[in-house]
Design a protein around this ligand. Structure first.
Ligand SMILES: CC(C)(COP(=O)(O)OP(=O)(O)OC[C@H]1O[C@@H](n2cnc3c(N)ncnc32)[C@H](O)[C@@H]1OP(=O)(O)O)[C@@H](O)C(=O)NCCC(=O)NCCS
Length: 365
């Protein structure tokens, strides 16, 4: 479906040639310094920036929805320790749907359930990791912002203002990106008038793959594997020779430098492990020199892992943090599509045979 416009939308505009990204008309490069994740969620859902009181209410509503039902904590304990956090997140969100018991899907419902799931995701992700590693459950703190509360629950201590800001910016940059594979999946499930949880669970499944959200974790792992800038060139050519891809590079829509990658790079330079940063910068140079003619440049996932690493977030959680941000965009697209819903049902061009004679099994020698 490369280049196919499935519908119209007023949520997000990507200028793939110019390397620009707009949420509801606002340049994403302006939002990190001036806004917050909660404000961006409001903007994406309701189409405008909130007034002071509206934002306060919205934040309060999110904060009070952070707590998990006891049944969810019990389920967390029972999940196999070997399961990847994205698989575990998928199961827990599905279970929240079972507990909610209201399967209907309307635009009003989407925002109400959107608040509940957006608020709970950080509690789920932080505590999935803690449970898996034999650490005690940490209750959310309602007085902290969305990003700070996640780092607090994950690490057991409140982050510095700079750490909080870095994660908040990451969540803003991951909040929305038009009709990528996961948003399309969410919309497709929603178009059958299934339910909010089923749509989000399907989106998590799509995001998990290494060609989509899974690339964040793999990008960081490749820098660790290379280990030193001197090894980068040999590794780069060997990777291409063996038909593999540089993770965190290339994009279906951007054919120039991803504007989100530029912002992440600044945070990675400031906070990241200097050795990893040097390795990544050397590989980036090679990508820009040898792959730019194919339209391949580094993307949002390239530098994000170095920032997450600096915040003490374990690599296996990176894609879940992406999902924690992207729940905003999935919810916005679902709600928008439901205002004029029509079942999404494309066609496949058939290239097989027709009119074949059925042969009874005894005669098939
Ligand atoms: C994102 C991605 C799936 C987009 O793929 P796509 O739009 O289908 O692009 P194509 O597979 O048609 O690639 C076009 C060319 O660029 C090359 N290319 C694309 N991404 C590449 C990468 N990451 N490393 C090396 N070469 C790459 C392809 O090999 C192809 O070369 P060819 O024309 O000589 O065969 C792809 O770039 C990729 O696999 N990237 C790595 C995973 C990643 O970072 N995903 C996160 C995306 S935000």
């Amino acid at each position: 479906m490369e280049g196919v416009y499935v519908d119209t939308s007023a949520i997000c505009y990507i200028d793939g040639k110019g390397g620009k990204l707009y949420y509801r008309g606002y340049d994403v490069e302006e939002l990190p310094e001036r806004s917050s994740y909660e404000e961006v969620v409001y903007l994406l859902w309701y189409g405008r920036l909130p007034k002071k009181k509206e934002l306060e209410e919205f934040k309060k509503n999110l904060a009070k929805n952070r707590f998990l039902p006891g049944e969810v904590l019990e389920l967390m304990d029972k999940l196999p320790k070997s399961v990847h956090p994205m698989g575990a997140l998928r199961t827990i969100i599905s279970y929240l749907g079972n507990l909610d018991g209201e399967p209907s899907l309307s635009t009003g419902d989407v925002y109400q359930k959107g608040i509940s799931v957006t608020a709970k995701m950080p509690t789920i992700i932080a505590n999935l990791w803690r449970t898996k590693n034999g650490l005690d459950y940490v209750e959310p703190k309602t007085e902290l912002g969305h990003a700070a509360n996640f780092l607090y629950m994950l690490r057991g201590e409140e982050p510095t203002l700079r750490e909080e800001k870095s994660l908040d910016v990451a969540l803003i940059l991951y909040a929305e990106h038009e009709i990528n594979a996961s948003a399309f999946t969410v919309m497709t499930v929603g178009s059958t008038l299934s339910d909010y949880y089923s749509a989000v669970v399907a989106g998590i499944g799509a995001l998990k793959g290494p060609l989509h959200g899974g690339a964040v974790e793999e990008a960081l792992n490749q820098f660790i594997e290379v280990g030193s800038p001197e090894r980068a060139e040999e590794w780069f050519w060997e990777t291409l020779r063996s038909g593999k891809r540089i993770m965190g590079a290339g994009h279906r829509v951007y054919k120039t430098y991803d504007p989100r990658a530029r912002i992440f790079k600044n945070y990675a330079r400031e906070l990241g492990n200097p050795r990893l940063f040097e390795v990544a910068e050397r590989i980036e140079e090679l990508v820009e020199t040898h792959l730019a003619e194919k339209g391949v440049h580094v993307n949002v996932d390239y530098w994000a892992g170095i920032v997450f690493h600096a915040l003490g977030i374990p690599p296996e959680l990176y894609t879940t943090v992406f999902a924690m941000g992207r729940i905003a965009g999935w919810t916005a697209h679902l709600a928008e599509y439901l205002t004029h819903n029509r079942l999404i049902r494309p066609r496949l061009k058939y290239v097989g045979e027709i009119g074949k004679r059925y042969v009874p099994i005894e005669e098939r020698e």
